[in-house]
Design a protein around this ligand. Structure first.
Ligand code: PEP
Length: 249
């Protein structure tokens, strides 16, 4: 289909990595290619500038993991989207379930952060997904719809938005939904994006995230409307990260 987006495999390093981790990044740079898939690593903020320098001219983008909604001000410890862009990031993850749960971020705050990302010229990677209880109660599609409705700003397109469907119960647990379950949710999200953004909604990437590893990547990445992966644990090792990207070889 003409609108099928090019796949993206993005690594979320979370709060992992000291400067010595640049050796792992160099392995990713050497092993990555400008083939069928875009690659991105989102390291902790302390590593963004160094990694962006290392990745210059390579087929690897550097992203960030969170931003404040304001451009500057008295917000001790926070980082603005403009600062992340200035450090060399091209995208920022917002609304990750760890931020929604551990920092009590609301959909409205996630949306404000996505708008901040756009203001700074970054792509917003907006995470949505249900908890185990919500899945068991058969509320998955309702939760995803409500989060998408309230977390995603108007005016999205394939350049400024990536949606990551991350079932909370699959993150870091080794559990994954069945391909049929992933297909149902991703198809539903595609419908929401098309309904809201029209033609632009057809080419906005929808990543699957939650315990993706080299051994399950091919199966998950073949699911219709899965346009890549957001990878946590397995993105910390170059071999595993590149093994996932090879699902698109
Ligand atoms: C994540 O935290 O975004 C994630 C997908 O983690 P993991 O791959 O470790 O489940």
């Amino acid at each position: 289909m003409a609108d099928t987006p090019r796949a993206l495999v993005a690594g979320n390093w979370k709060m992992n990595g000291l400067r010595g981790a640049s050796a792992e990044l160099e392995k990713i740079i050497q092993g990555g290619s400008a083939g069928q898939v875009d690659l991105m690593v989102c390291p902790p903020a302390t590593l963004i500038a160094g990694f962006a320098t290392l990745a210059q001219g390579a087929a690897l983008m550097i992203g960030a993991q969170d931003c404040h909604a304001e451009a500057a001000g008295a917000f001790t410890g926070d980082l603005s989207a403009e600062m992340l862009r200035d450090a060399g990031a091209v995208a920022v993850i917002v609304g990750h379930s760890e931020r929604r749960m551990l920092h009590r971020e609301t959909d409205a705050e996630v949306k404000a952060k996505a708008l901040a990302a756009w203001r700074a010229g970054l792509t917003a990677i907006v995470c949505i997904g249900e908890t185990k209880d919500q899945r068991v109660a058969d509320q998955t599609l309702d939760v995803v719809q409500a989060q998408a409705q309230s977390s995603l700003p108007d005016g999205a397109n394939a350049q400024n938005l990536v949606v990551a469907y991350e079932p909370v119960w699959a993150i870091g647990t080794g559990l994954t939904p069945t391909p049929a379950d992933v297909a149902a949710v991703h198809g539903f999200i595609r419908g929401l994006l098309e309904g809201r953004y029209g033609v632009a909604g057809r080419s906005i990437r929808i990543l699957y995230g939650g315990s993706v590893k080299p051994s399950n990547a091919s199966e998950l990445m073949q699911v219709p409307n899965v346009n890549g992966a957001l990878v946590g644990g397995a993105s910390l090792k170059a071999d595993d990260f590149l093994g996932i990207a090879r699902a698109y070889a």
